[in-house]
Design a protein around this ligand. Structure first.
Ligand code: GLU
Length: 298
């Protein structure tokens, strides 16, 4: 069965921005007859806060954001990511990169190279250079990308075009990089709908490119919807430090989960009430396209 997913990092309680995106992921999935999966993006276990996965799930369920199947934890899936890298390595699509952040910043690059794109420094190291550099620091693994950009169709943003550089697949501490883990997990769990905050929109073309490389045969097209963020009055992405922004903090001020749900629905021009009822009137085309500015006094 095809599915959507919600994929938080269990690094603390979810805030209103996260919760609003989760409500949308639920509405998009259910409105299109899909399951909704919960996936914890915890490849970087140093950022995991104990107990936060359970709290996140409880908060989501308190709003009516329910999930199908058991949640998956990326930290348990290292072998699966390694296998995917193995497939790419066998096709000579992976190379070792020893660059530090600083080296990447300072490297000469082509005049029209997109900002932040990897300049290709380690792409063609000789066997001798490789031997020397391996004694200096452990390598990250990069994809040998065969294109400079790619496009995907987004149901809210239209055609999304972004750079596809030789992005990192495995960090130099052996941990799968975000793009690799997302593509492998989405594909292997039947996810064909990705609803997430629009600050990740630029990742979609990279991920789609990698998905085609890895799963050419079986890759079903993915429906993308990158939804507007919740921002502060200063226009900054909402963060946990911005006052009472989690369900627990709001509950302390006497604001119930139902009221939070209704305020989030209102911010999406949707009627208040249990999410099942909202489904009947949910129309992606009518969603606001601007960020929602959160006012602490609400
Ligand atoms: N883990 C990411 C986040 O919490 C979401 C990644 C994704 O949906 O692809 O923002």
């Amino acid at each position: 069965m095809s599915a959507g997913r919600y994929a938080p990092s269990p690094s603390g309680d979810l805030h209103l921005g996260n919760l609003r995106t989760a409500i949308l992921a639920w509405l998009f999935a259910r409105a299109s007859g899909r399951e909704l999966l919960l996936r914890y993006e915890d490849v970087d276990t140093s950022r995991t806060v104990p107990g936060s996965a359970e709290r996140q799930r409880a908060d989501l369920e308190a709003l009516g954001v329910t999930f199908d199947r058991a949640a998956i934890f990326q930290s348990h899936r290292r072998q699966i990511y390694d296998d995917a890298v193995g497939q790419l390595t066998a096709r000579d699509l992976v190379y070792e990169c020893f660059c530090t952040r600083r080296e990447i910043q300072d490297a000469p690059r082509a005049p029209h190279a997109p900002p932040g794109a990897y300049p290709g420094t380690c792409r063609e190291l000789t066997a001798q250079q490789l031997r020397r550099r391996r004694t200096e620091r452990p390598p990250a693994l990069r994809l040998r990308a065969g294109t400079a950009q790619a496009s995907v169709q987004d149901s809210l943003l239209g055609v999304l075009t972004a750079a596809v550089d030789d992005f990192v697949l495995v960090r130099n501490d052996g941990v799968a990089a975000y793009n690799l883990a997302v593509v492998v997990d989405d594909q292997l769990t039947g996810v064909d709908q990705v609803v997430r905050a629009d600050d990740l929109a630029d990742s979609a073309p990279r991920q789609d490119y990698l998905r085609e490389l890895l799963y050419r045969e079986e890759a079903a097209a993915v429906d993308y919807a990158h939804v507007p963020l919740v921002v502060t009055q200063q226009g900054r992405r909402l963060a946990k430090r911005d006052g009472a922004v989690t369900l627990a903090e709001l509950a302390e001020r006497g604001v119930s989960p139902d009221r939070v749900r209704d305020a989030l629905l209102e911010s999406l021009n949707l009627p208040a009430g249990p999410l099942e009822n909202v489904l009947e009137v949910f129309d992606p085309a009518a969603l606001p396209r601007e960020p929602w500015v959160w006012e602490p006094s609400r």
